[in-house]
Ligand binder design. Structure first.
Ligand code: IPD
Ligand code: CA
Length: 266
């Protein structure tokens, strides 16, 4: 895909993420308390997830009818260029009235993460990145933190029932023993974006879905952070481990959580 086509897609992703974020914000501010269902244990679903995904799907299909799209709620199919979309990441927060959630839109071309846009509508924040073109937050360049030691680091950890609790407890214990502080804010996508913006020094989760990480992985790489090669896993569509980190602590954190970092693919 040439430069012009990718640029067009980055602009479209940003404007669709902003529009979808505005819808999510409206639905969040007007939701009756307790208005959610559970798809499974600790797996929340709100009406907003479906409504926001429908909006994103409609917009993308109108502008790029030949591109594929896979969404968290309604699936889809892939093509040479495939959009991977999480309509609301941080659904558990959204459902319980916590304003830490986002809309994530990423693009994979021939298996390689090319660009991403993430809207966090309650904070009026729009993150955007394109491979080799940098990462921005509300139009301003962002960089991963300069933190050089785990004893000074803040690391976010995510978990889900997809892996045994004991594995997460071991990981958490090891990160705490390194001297790092551990955070769990409930949106894997924003967890990655916060590493790109220098607000955290790392994010790790033993099994996470592609729509949670694609856009954030482009952001982290473009902000000078380190990441594992999530899309190298043959079954990445059904979930894989993720690790992103500020460059000064990446090697040490990788050793502790047991997720290898990759050399950047170009
Ligand atoms: C979840 C969140 C959570 C992460 C889980 C995800 P959802 O996505 O990103 O932080 O730990 O692995 O499934 O359910 O909020 O879209
Ligand atoms: Ca998600």
């Amino acid at each position: 895909m040439d430069d012009r086509a990718l640029n067009l897609r980055l602009h479209a992703a940003c404007s669709i993420a902003a529009e979808a974020g505005a819808l999510a914000r409206h639905l969040f501010l007007n939701r009756p308390q307790g208005d959610y269902a559970l798809k499974g244990p600790q797996d929340y679903l709100t009406e907003a997830d479906g409504a926001v995904e429908a909006l994103v799907r409609e917009r993308l299909a109108t502008v790029f009818p030949d591109d594929g799209m896979i969404g968290e709620e309604t699936g889809g199919s892939s093509a040479a260029a495939t959009w991977i979309v999480d309509p609301i990441d941080g659904t558990a927060n959204f459902a319980r009235g916590v304003p830490h959630f986002c809309v994530s839109i990423g693009l994979l071309v021939d298996g390689r993460p090319e660009l991403g846009a993430i809207a966090a509508p309650m904070q009026n924040e729009l993150y955007a990145a394109r491979r080799s073109r940098g990462a921005t937050l509300n139009g301003r360049p962002i960089r991963a933190a300069a933190t050089g030691a785990l004893s000074e680091a803040v690391v976010e950890l995510g978990w889900s029932p997809r892996r045994p609790a004991a594995d997460y407890l071991t990981m958490t214990e090891r990160v705490l023993a390194s001297g790092a502080s551990v955070r769990r804010a409930g949106s894997g996508t924003l967890g990655l974006a916060y590493v790109a913006a220098g607000r955290s020094d790392g994010y790790a989760e033993l099994n996470i879905r592609a729509w949670d990480v694609l856009a954030g992985l482009v952001l982290v790489a473009e902000a000078g952070g380190l990441a594992n090669d999530f899309f190298a896993a043959p079954d990445w569509l059904s979930g894989a481990p993720v690790l992103v980190a500020a460059p000064g602590i990446g090697a040490a954190l990788s050793e502790i959580v047991g997720i290898p970092l990759s050399a950047a693919r170009s």
